[in-house]
Unconditional design. Structure first.
Length: 123
């Protein structure tokens, strides 16, 4: 059976997206995404993997390993058929929140069984 999803992006919440992107760019050698701004910055890897950094007002850094403030990130997956992928993921235990910030023909937000949000995006 072929994989249902391919990991396409990882996005981290933070107080200063350009600064965090600069750190990871230096650490990884990924190329800066051309459409970065003060509220969202990103890095591209040659094989297409994207790491995003989004500004969050009142950001609280994770407390590792204490879970007083848990880790903050969400995953994005490319899929060929949004409807089929969504149906299968719901069968597997995902949920679909009422709030959908994207064009539903291009991307949808789901939550995993533990409540972590992730996006499925049409290739």
């Amino acid at each position: 059976m072929s994989p249902l999803m391919k990991l396409a992006a990882i996005t981290l919440d933070c107080p200063d997206p350009p600064a965090l992107a600069a750190f990871y760019q230096q650490a990884t050698g990924f190329e800066p995404h051309p459409k970065s701004d003060p509220d969202f910055a990103g890095l591209n890897r040659a094989d297409g993997l994207f790491i995003g950094f989004q500004r969050v007002d009142g950001y609280r850094a994770p407390r590792w390993p204490d879970q007083t403030v848990p880790q903050q990130l969400h995953l994005c997956f490319d899929v060929e058929d949004l409807d089929a992928a969504e149906a299968r993921l719901l069968e597997l235990g995902a949920a679909k929140p009422d709030h959908q910030p994207h064009d539903p023909t291009r991307a949808r937000v789901l939550t995993d069984p533990a409540g972590h949000p992730f996006c499925i995006c049409r290739v």
